[in-house]
Design a protein around this ligand. Structure first.
Ligand code: NAP
Length: 311
């Protein structure tokens, strides 16, 4: 019977055990503190901050299932075996949570909430009406499990939505772009730009000084992907110059954001502490059990990471 090792944070261990056993009561689930032979583990559930970081004892592992959508830390693990597939986390709770974060913060930028709060602090009765959503261009960088759902939700709310991915996509109500030409188009035509692409060598510093300058004056940026997608110094320059109106940052190059960092008190920056979305055991257990059942029935695993591409 497939042996699954829970390698996530101990604080979530009970919730994961309950959720997994509720779906598959006979699951052969072991915890890091249990007495087990590493050679007998078939699937490791991996979390960057979890207790299982040295993969060398797990010689016969069939797959490593990340509990996170982002896999750059897993890929950077030097003890990673070369053969078994690495699996990203794709699950409804993570996807729907991210869509709620993105839609909420897109509306915040769209309705000018940050500027209005600044007016209120100075007792200014500013009269300004936002355009209708249909006249607001929203660009989503990354149309994967998370970006696609956000793009569809925003399109249903009548925003003028474009999305950019490495390979071409066809999503109803969304202008799908790809390639370098598509990138230049999306950054030059987005009033609100949402980052939902993975951190890879190709996406690091994607939003640099040159690309910030190519964005429309007064554009807003929402980063729910990884901090390293943005050149943070260049962003501060663009915000202070008034070229970028606001930045909402859930992720930063250094987390937690160091005390005294200029983002903390910047009037045009909203910081959220990497909480945009999270894997929820109660919904994510379904993904893990599906992978176990596919393994047991000889079907290929889902959501495989391409090690060469980095996501
Ligand atoms: P995913 O399903 O792998 O989708 C990634 C998307 O980015 C795909 O559409 C992919 O294009 C596109 N992409 C990747 N590299 C590209 C490139 N060089 N040029 C153009 N497009 C590129 O990932 P996901 O599940 O949506 O998650 C996205 C990221 O969100 C994660 O990697 C993680 O860093 C971040 N995240 C953050 C939080 C948070 O709380 N802040 C929570 C979860 C995830 P193709 O479709 O053509 O492959």
């Amino acid at each position: 019977m497939t042996r699954v090792l829970y390698g996530g944070k101990s604080a979530s261990a009970e919730a994961w055990r309950d959720a997994l056993l509720a779906l598959k009561p006979d699951l052969n689930l072991v915890m890091p503190s249990d007495n087990y032979a590493p050679d007998d583990v078939d699937i490791v559930l991996y979390e960057p901050s979890g207790p299982i970081q040295d993969m060398t004892p797990y010689k016969n592992v069939a797959a490593i299932q990340s509990l996170w959508a982002g896999v750059e830390t897993l890929l950077g693990n030097e003890t990673l075996p070369t053969e078994p597939p690495l699996l990203r986390m794709v699950e409804d709770g993570l996807t729907f949570g991210m869509t709620e974060y993105v839609v909420g913060h897109v509306f915040r930028a769209h309705l000018g909430v940050i500027a209005q709060q600044a007016d209120q602090a100075r007792e200014i009765w500013g009269t300004w009406n936002p355009p209708l959503a249909s006249d607001r261009r929203v660009g989503i960088i990354g149309l994967g499990a998370l970006g696609r759902d956000s793009a569809e939700a925003l399109a249903q709310l009548r925003f003028d939505v474009s999305g950019w991915s490495r390979t071409p996509k066809d999503i109803s109500g969304v202008r799908c772009l790809s390639g370098e030409g598509g990138f230049q188009q999306i950054i030059s035509e987005s009033d609100i730009l949402v980052l939902l692409a993975p951190l890879t060598p190709e996406t690091e510093n994607l939003i640099n000084a040159k690309n910030l300058a190519a964005m429309p004056k007064g554009a807003h940026i929402i980063n729910a992907a990884r901090g390293q997608l943005i050149d943070e110094d260049a962003l501060l320059v663009a915000l202070d110059a008034g070229h970028i109106a606001t930045a909402t940052l859930d992720v930063m190059c250094t987390e937690p954001l160091p005390q005294g960092h200029p983002f903390w008190k910047h009037p045009k920056v909203t910081i959220t502490p990497h909480i945009a979305s999270v894997t929820r055991p109660e919904t994510a257990a379904k993904t893990v059990i599906t992978q176990v059942e596919r393994f047991e029935t000889g079907q290929p695993f889902l959501h495989k990471v391409c090690r060469e591409r980095g996501y």
